[in-house]
Ligand binder design. Structure first.
Ligand code: F6R
Length: 245
């Protein structure tokens, strides 16, 4: 695991964006696995800026997102599709047909999970997977569990995740309780993983996930077994591990 410590959120975002930029420049038809949440917003801003400045071309890139809420359609302003459109896709030249997220509104969710996994495999797998880190150690929506789920599947979100997400909804009843997420196996098959993290609130889980035992109760801990992981964090999130990196 490579740890890159940056000063603050701004620098963390620049570093994460530059890793994505390098990936696309070195392989213009890259398959990028993308994340939503607060953490990657700054990185997406940088990518959009660098696209406007002519530094990068996304016309041959394909993207697959980690997850989507069940029950929210693409146009819902809290769907992850909407988030991605707003924060990145509407600002770069990626063709619509190259963008893929699980659908939150299908009739047959099991079929949707299987077809999502098949789609990723048919693309040749993910070249670079961007991840955030949940306070409980989740990656994608792989919540603490008794095993590591392999492929794309449906999940019940934990109470702590629902509470963390409620800031985006008017009332707690509106917060979705289920999601479709790539599995741990889907993520582990990515050729490279970049996990971004910031803020003092993540310091404890960073220490547990990357310097503690590999256990399904801390899903991100599995990344210790991935051969090519880069963890980019700010000083605050790395506070408890700074003497070990
Ligand atoms: C988002 C996702 C989640 C988030 C995690 C951290 O697509 O899959 O695992 O990355 O919940 O969220 P933030 O960045 O809001 O702290």
């Amino acid at each position: 695991m490579l740890f890159i410590k940056t000063k603050d959120y701004t620098q963390m975002s620049q570093k994460v964006a530059s890793l994505l930029l390098a990936q696309v420049i070195s392989k213009p038809d890259s398959v990028l696995g993308l994340a939503t949440g607060s953490t990657p917003i700054g990185a997406y801003e940088n990518l959009a800026k660098w696209y406007t400045e002519g530094l990068v071309d996304f016309s041959r890139v394909h993207t697959v997102n980690l997850d989507e809420y069940m029950g929210l359609d693409k146009e819902h302003n809290q769907s992850y599709y909407y988030f991605m459109k707003k924060n990145l896709f509407s600002k770069i030249n990626i063709p619509d047909e190259n963008i893929k997220l699980p659908s939150g509104v299908v009739k047959d969710f099991d079929a949707e999970c299987l077809s999502y996994e098949t789609y990723i495999n048919a693309l040749g797998g993910i070249d670079l997977q961007l991840l955030g880190l949940g306070h409980n150690g989740h990656i994608g929506f792989n919540e603490p569990a008794s095993d590591f789920p392999n492929i794309t599947h449906c999940v019940n979100l934990t109470e702590s995740t629902i509470q963390a997400n409620k800031r985006f909804f008017e009332k707690i009843e509106d917060v979705p309780t289920k999601a479709i997420t790539m599995g741990i196996g889907t993520i582990m098959k990515a050729k490279c993983v970049v996990l971004a993290v910031n803020g003092i609130g993540k310091a404890e889980i960073v220490q547990k996930a990357f310097f503690g035992p590999v256990v399904p109760s801390i899903p991100a801990s599995i990344l210790q077994f991935h051969p090519n992981v880069i963890i980019v964090g700010d000083e605050e999130s790395f506070q408890l591990i700074s003497d070990r990196i």
